[in-house]
Design a protein around this ligand. Structure first.
Ligand code: NAD
Length: 288
């Protein structure tokens, strides 16, 4: 029997519907929801520019004012930091994000540290990342939040279940592992040096892969009936000038064994984008 699909597009649409309702209610108070985004040195067709353009359209559709602050590619740390500090201290600004990547030599960690904690809608300020350990982060990292949401839709009670996270980066893998510890799951965090990873994975009730390695997770990694969440986003060339996106999971074969599985594309990606907008509403409703 094939596993059931965790439909990221449908979950994202549901999240956006609630965001639109909250944005409308906020608009009636005379303080409409607003997102300020910083974009540094992106050409018209760069991935970051395309993302910002799509974000602007989506925000407009949902009733969120979108302000894009662009800086030239020659901008250095001081220019970027200055803009982020200005936005952080501006009372009208209630939700801030900084598009990645930043120019070579500019430390993203230092820039993200300057985003006002209550306005940091990507949840990347070290204080917001740190607060997830306490379960008190008001604005949690969006990808981790998306993974939690997706698992919730399966109805699985996480307490006492075994979760294996493949990939342990600071912004993606580690926050996912920590957030899944909150409901008292038993979480095992793996990286590329983990020995016996296939056996560990096969013991998991929930397997989350955020390694960035196409086809890494095959059917041998899966316990029958497990929930499989694929965070990976990998571009594969088709050898004829085109390319397509795949996750870390060998979808077709894993689907035969898993109880639930999220696809790529159409899985964690759209939910992450939608959850960011939910964080925007959280920030705008809270910041006076
Ligand atoms: P990263 O390169 O910073 O970290 C990768 C992690 O995976 C490391 O901990 C590494 O040790 C581990 N790893 C690599 N190869 C492995 C292997 N063979 N076995 C076990 N572990 C292995 O990457 P990242 O920034 O954390 O991103 C990971 C993936 O998630 C990428 O494909 C990225 O595009 C994707 N991503 C998706 C979203 C989303 O919203 N869906 C958001 C951010 C990143």
């Amino acid at each position: 029997m094939s596993g059931r699909i965790i439909d990221g597009k449908a979950i994202a649409a549901d999240v956006r519907k609630r965001v639109a309702q909250r944005a409308e209610a906020l608009g009636r108070t005379g303080r409409p929801a607003r997102l300020d985004a910083v974009l540094v040195g992106a050409d018209q067709d760069s991935a970051a520019r395309v993302y910002a353009t799509n974000q602007a359209r989506r925000c407009r559709d949902l009733g969120i004012d979108y302000h894009l602050h662009t800086l030239p590619s020659s901008a250095g740390y001081d220019d970027i930091a200055g803009r982020v500090l200005l936005l952080s201290s501006e009372p009208k600004v209630r939700a801030i994000m900084v598009h990645m990547p930043l120019p070579d030599g500019v430390d993203a960690y230092r820039v993200q540290s300057l985003i006002h904690v209550e306005k940091d809608v990507e949840g990347v300020n070290p204080a917001n990342i740190g607060n997830i350990v306490y379960g008190r982060s008001s604005l949690a990292p969006c990808t981790a939040l998306a993974v939690v949401r997706m698992i919730e839709t399966t109805g699985l009670e996480l307490r006492g279940k075994r979760v294996v996270c493949v990939g342990a980066s600071d912004i993606v893998g580690k926050p996912i592992a920590v957030m899944l510890m909150r409901p008292e799951a038993t979480v095992i965090s793996c990286n590329k040096y983990t020995e016996g990873i296939v056996e560990l994975a096969r013991s998991a009730d929930v397997l989350v892969s955020a390694a960035g390695v196409p086809g890494l997770v095959t059917k041998e990694w899966i316990k029958p009936g497990a929930v499989v969440i694929d965070v990976g986003i990998n571009r594969l060339s088709d050898g004829a000038g085109g390319s397509h996106t795949v996750g870390d999971v060998a979808f077709e074969e894993v689907r035969e064994i898993a109880g639930w599985i999220s696809p790529v594309p159409g899985g964690v990606g759209p939910v992450t984008v939608a959850v960011l907008l939910e964080n925007v509403l959280d920030a705008c409703e809270r910041v006076p």
